[in-house]
Design a binder for this molecule. Structure first.
Ligand code: XMP
Length: 520
């Protein structure tokens, strides 16, 4: 468990789809919080975590079902403010002696309006000023009898106890979801809750940076750390932060597998070696990777070859660093959250994501993960705080297997060269039109077909390519970006004029699902 913040709020997760949004709202208020699944939060966990306040999230189960999730007993005896949301509200009432029922007239989904009842509730400061408040409901059951000590402060047509509170114990319970956008005054409710809980709202990136630097020094001591640097935002920010903490005790390894974009290797090496004066091994392993990939066209085989070679190469170079005991990784908070699975079914592997999990054990290394507490946009804020240029911080994600998965079918050097050129023109177009920051990810894929064209008076027989650009919040779902026809036409013309080897340009308008972002 981390010790980076003294004042911490605990979110107990009962499996709601929007639990992460609760954390977002709190982080926006500069309050440090952690989400933990209810199964992990027992009384001893609570004692160790020592939260200043607790939020019980929503969830898909019904408290009327035997064996359904409950909060640990001490949640209600610690003496700290507790806010129960939806399922959290229902389990709170049940555990404190109230009643929940399901059946006809207990459900409410979507927009609802809550009318005030009684006033003077601090958590509702700023509410009901102009009448009833819009909230977002998503419940099958509702509370039918409140626990002793509670009073009603808001009602909706199907939730007579939409807002209740026990003022003497600082327990608050709402049936709706204040964390979602469709509860317009939801952010205000969280603001009031953290204020009445005594949070100072002083969890800033500057404070995080200072605390993490000290934490890294304490963890590493005088030992050495190695860090796989890809040039992506996460590993770059992690490397700069660790470098600030321990200087030359850090060595970064940048593996060039020959599947990088135009100018990428030089950019990353110059940036970190020359500007940051970091110890950096530039492992030029293009021959090895492209040699092993020769003749391979199956997507999973390609991914597996790259993943394995990456680990081999990394290990080979890491072995040359004397006394390395730690491996740095840019793991983010969403990767850390153990989500509560209610479905129980194993999920299907769509793609073998390239990762170096397993490497620390294999090499006997301990992990340094200074970004474990952060969301992606917070990593960017930390990067800015550390002085990384915007061109690095705002970069679109780039997958570990690189251009290999943007070159369906067999990978050849000429195809990779064509792809690099086309991609550079496309990104240049996007930047020139001021669209880069509106797009989650944009790239070109070179297709394994050649088509006939006419240029000047001659026949051409060259490759076709596909442009891809998507909007997304987390890469899990995505929609294609609605470029104007003018933009697409201009870009196609530029690519065909400027890139030898391509005579046809298409635009991929598949969303995810059913497509994926990458082509392989
Ligand atoms: P897909 O293609 O699965 O991609 O829709 C979702 C996001 O993940 C990135 N991606 C990867 N990132 N190693 C990575 O580090 C990988 O093997 C990998 N495969 C896909 C992809 O670029 C997109 O942002």
């Amino acid at each position: 468990m981390t010790e980076i913040a003294q004042d911490r709020l605990l979110i107990i997760d009962f499996g709601s789809q929007v639990t992460q949004l609760i954390a977002r709202r709190l982080r926006e208020l500069n309050v440090y919080c952690e989400i933990h699944p209810y199964q992990n939060v027992d009384n001893s966990f609570l004692a160790e975590f020592s939260p200043k306040a607790i939020i019980l999230s929503g969830g898909p189960d019904s408290v009327t079902r035997e064996g359904s999730p409950r909060a640990a007993d001490d949640v209600f005896t610690l003496g700290v403010p507790v806010l129960g949301i939806c399922y959290g509200q229902q389990t709170m009432m049940t555990q404190l002696g109230g009643k929940v029922e399901s059946g006809h007239g207990t459900a409410e989904f979507g927009r609802a309006f809550v009318a005030p009842k009684n006033d003077g509730l601090e958590i509702l400061d700023g509410w009901f000023v102009e009448g009833d408040e819009q909230v977002w409901m998503s419940h099958g059951d509702h509370v039918s009898e409140i626990a002793e000590g509670f009073d009603v402060y808001g009602t909706s047509p199907n939730a007579p106890f939409a807002i209740t509170a026990d003022l003497s114990r600082h327990f608050y319970a709402v049936q709706f979801h204040p964390e979602v956008h469709h509860t317009p005054k939801g952010a205000k409710l969280y603001e009031n809750f953290v204020k009445l809980s005594g949070f100072k709202g002083n969890w800033t990136m500057g404070a995080y940076r200072e605390k993490m630097i000290q934490a890294i020094r304490d963890q590493v001591g005088d030992k050495r750390v190695i860090c796989g640097l890809s040039g992506g935002v996460d590993s770059s920010v992690a490397a700069v932060l660790i470098h600030e903490a321990i200087g030359d005790q850090l060595t970064c390894v940048f593996v060039d597998h020959g599947l990088l974009r135009k100018g990428e290797a030089e950019e990353v090496v110059t940036m970190f070696r020359d500007n940051y004066n970091m110890q950096l091994i530039h492992a030029d392993e293009q021959e090895l990777f492209l040699g092993e990939l020769e003749g391979q066209s199956d997507p999973e085989t390609k991914r597996k070859i790259i993943g394995k070679l990456f680990i081999d190469v990394f290990q080979k170079h890491a072995d040359t660093i004397d006394g390395a005991e730690f491996l740095a990784q840019g793991t983010l908070y969403p990767d850390v959250i153990e989500s509560v699975s209610f479905s129980g079914g194993p999920s299907v592997t769509i793609k073998s994501h390239h990762n170096v999990g397993g490497l620390p054990e294999k090499m006997g290394l301990k992990l340094v993960e200074p970004l474990r507490e952060l969301f992606k946009d917070e990593v960017r804020a930390l990067g800015r705080e550390l002085g990384l240029p915007d061109s690095f911080i705002g970069r679109h994600p780039f997958p570990g297997p690189g251009l290999a998965i943007r070159c369906p079918g067999e990978i050849t050097r000429p195809k990779l060269d064509i792809l690099r050129e086309a991609d550079a023109v496309y990104i240049d177009q996007i930047r020139k039109h001021g669209l880069y920051d509106d797009i989650w990810q944009a790239f070109v894929a070179i297709l394994p077909v050649r088509t006939v064209g006419v240029m000047g008076d001659g026949r051409t027989y060259d490759y076709a390519c596909a442009l891809r650009a998507v909007t997304s919040v987390d890469g899990m779902t995505a929609d294609y970006y609605p470029f104007s026809h003018e933009f697409l036409g201009e870009t196609a013309t530029r690519i065909i004029n400027e890139v030898e080897g391509i005579n046809r340009v298409t635009y991929d308008i598949t969303s995810k699902p059913p497509g994926t972002i990458e082509w392989e």
